[in-house]
Design a protein around this ligand. Structure first.
Ligand SMILES: [Zn+2]
Length: 163
């Protein structure tokens, strides 16, 4: 496919695009609470609830509890295409996440399932424009989508409330 090695995107297998979730937090948002004790069960439960709330029940989501997300990322999602299946990984420090932040992170990653087809539409340009043009466009789309995904996740959790 000849994708660029962008900082926010890593290549996994050919059919997988690994998205690295960088959360942009607001000053008011409490990220870590040493007493919070978010568990893997909590995160799986949050995914199940938000998957339903966000109308994503047609996706098969599995969890990788063996390999944590890269240290600088809160979570990572690998999306299959065209099959609606995904794999989630979380940062090893998730146990200290506040409930709101854990919800925000889960919704952020699920938002990347919502935007997959939009990103694929941008990728469809790849074989029809010069490589440099596609690289520039792809970098912009990736960067702007990350902001949209994160702000939308924040709004969704604020409006619907953490689970
Ligand atoms: Zn992200």
């Amino acid at each position: 496919m000849g994708r660029l090695d962008l900082p926010d995107k890593l290549r996994d297998e050919d059919d997988f695009i690994v998205e690295v979730g960088k959360i942009i937090t607001t000053d008011q948002e409490i990220v870590f609470e040493p007493e919070a004790q978010t568990t893997a069960d909590d995160l799986e439960r949050m995914v199940a609830v938000w998957q339903e709330r966000m109308h994503l029940t047609h996706w098969t989501i599995e969890f990788d509890w063996i390999t944590p997300a890269e240290e600088q990322n809160h979570a990572e999602v690998s999306r299959n295409n065209p099959y609606d299946s995904a794999r989630l990984r979380f940062n090893a420090g998730y146990s200290e996440w506040s409930r709101f932040f854990a919800n925000h992170t889960v919704v952020h990653e699920l938002m990347h399932l919502v935007t997959r087809d939009l990103e694929e539409a941008a990728n469809a340009l790849e074989d029809h424009v010069p490589a440099k043009v596609h690289a520039l466009f792809d970098a912009h789309v990736t960067y702007e989508l990350e902001g949209v995904v994160d702000r939308t996740a924040q709004i969704i959790v604020e409006l619907a409330g953490p689970v």
